[in-house]
Design a protein around this ligand. Structure first.
Ligand code: HEC
Length: 156
């Protein structure tokens, strides 16, 4: 009789402990995430402009990857082809609406990025040197980082 009671009590304790563990595992996890302070300036674009900007951003990453592949393969043609896609041509295709809604410093960093893509293409075409391309890539990446630290985009 006594051992049966102990058995029942220990089973209850067991179930309670398991339930607490399951609860912690399933529901407490997300609360442990500490978000970094976000002091970025919000830039508001209409939904189509926001999509356009983010689409272009993803292409920047692809172009940079193709440039890196070109470096690894010692293939300047690949670098010229990739970097040209986001160089002067892309800058000229920027919609006026986007320029109107972007703060000055944001525009300048946007222009600077296209300028560096264009110089990567020009240098690789005229006088290819891996060191030059790598230095230009570092300058380009720094421009991406500064802008990402400063701005975020929301649809208006
Ligand atoms: C003129 C400012 C600016 C420059 C320069 C810039 N970005 Fe961005 N990028 C942004 C903003 C703003 C966002 C949106 C971030 C947010 O809202 O949280 C973004 C988002 C992105 C995203 C996410 C896209 C998505 O679909 O959500 C990628 C990838 C990205 N940038 C890559 C790059 C790369 C690579 C470079 C450099 C070659 C670069 N960006 C240069 C401002 C910039």
């Amino acid at each position: 009789m006594f051992t049966k009671k102990i058995l029942i009590i220990s089973n209850i304790i067991f179930v309670v402990i398991i339930s607490i563990l399951v609860y912690i595992l399933l529901f407490m996890g997300t609360e442990m995430v500490k978000l970094p302070d976000d002091t970025r300036i919000v830039v508001k674009y209409e939904p189509d402009l926001r999509d356009l900007v983010l689409n272009e951003m993803r292409d920047y990453l692809e172009v940079m990857n193709e440039i890196q592949q070109g470096l690894a393969e010692n293939n300047p043609d690949k670098i010229v082809k990739a970097a040209t896609r986001q160089g002067q041509i892309s800058l000229e295709a920027t919609p006026i609406r986007l320029l109107k809604l972007s703060p000055l410093a944001c525009k300048q960093m946007g222009f600077r990025g296209h300028d560096i893509f264009q110089s990567i293409a020009d240098s690789a075409r005229v006088n290819f040197s891996k060191e030059t391309t790598i230095n230009q890539l570092a300058e380009l990446t720094n421009n991406c980082i500064v802008c990402h630290r400063t701005y975020k985009v929301e649809a208006q």
